[in-house]
Design a binder for this molecule. Structure first.
Ligand code: SAM
Length: 256
């Protein structure tokens, strides 16, 4: 079932308590994306967090402002009415959310870009599986590589559609994300991001063929040098067969 603005609300307080209780959040600034009717917001506030909730739906944002008037008054809750992908976000330390699944990708990249200490995020299971796919396997893509380069991601638990009202058509997975420095140092993050995107946008092509197609961007001389310098096994591989180290090697040679 496709709900308006991905509005599938958690109904079981035990599940909400599990999500809110994974991290110690007392006194911490927690960003919540898509508070909906506020079931998770309430649990975060009860655990002593200072919460910033971003809600797109003006009716829900309004309702939350009334429901949590005293928490807004005493400064423990801020409600931002807007699109979490675009709206300016104040400083936060931790992100916890039952995400609107249609913004899973842009919001994950945005959060990683901004930086945070830890995040507990609920995704569509299939999306979470792709995020966690091991480099060198068929499911691995741009999302897996970018998340795993800059963060440690682990599965907390899965939830069936019946945990929500109305139930979505898909299963859900709660993921714990902790940013870290890349295991294989990246010299230029912009070039890294670009090369990962280019390689996966030509999934069926070999690394060598994609590099040749980038001569206009990096210059033919540079591309020839990089091709001459790279291990032939990397050059003849498709991106899904590469490991994190290989992406770093290719990007560092291009930005060197
Ligand atoms: N946290 C609530 C819960 O667990 O019951 C609601 C979760 S519901 C899956 C997603 C919420 O995100 C909805 O309230 C929806 O209105 C809101 N939403 C959808 N798109 C959004 C966006 N781009 N930015 C902020 N909130 C959004």
């Amino acid at each position: 079932m496709k709900a308006y603005r991905d509005q599938h609300f958690l109904t079981d307080p035990r599940i909400v308590a599990r999500i809110a209780g994974i991290l110690e959040i007392r006194g911490r600034i927690v960003l919540e994306i898509g508070p909906g009717e506020g079931i998770l917001t309430k649990a975060l506030l009860e655990r002593g967090a200072k919460v910033i909730s971003v809600e797109l739906d003006s009716m829900l944002a309004d309702r939350l402002s009334h429901r949590f008037a005293s928490e807004i008054e005493d400064g423990s809750l801020t409600i931002i009415h807007g699109d979490a992908v675009k709206v300016p976000l104040p400083h936060f330390e931790i992100a916890i959310a039952n995400l609107p699944y249609s913004i899973s990708s842009p919001i994950t990249f945005r959060l990683l870009d901004i930086g945070f200490e830890a995040a507990i995020l609920m995704y569509q299971k299939e999306f979470a599986d792709r995020m966690m796919a091991h480099p060198g396997t068929r499911d691995c893509g741009r999302l897996s590589i970018m998340v795993q380069t800059y963060a440690r991601a682990s599965r907390c638990f899965d939830l069936p559609p019946g945990a929500f009202s109305p139930p979505p058509a898909v299963r859900s997975t709660v993921i714990w994300i902790e940013p870290r420095d890349p295991l294989f140092p990246v010299n230029d993050r912009k070039v890294y991001e670009e090369i990962v995107r280019e390689l996966f946008s030509r999934r069926r092509k070999t690394v060598q063929s994609t590099l040749k197609a980038l001569a206009g961007r990096f210059g033919k001389e540079k591309i020839d040098l990089v091709i001459g310098d790279l291990d032939p096994e990397i050059l003849s591989s498709r991106p899904e067969a590469l490991y994190l180290e290989d992406f770093a090697t290719i990007s560092n040679k291009l930005s060197g």
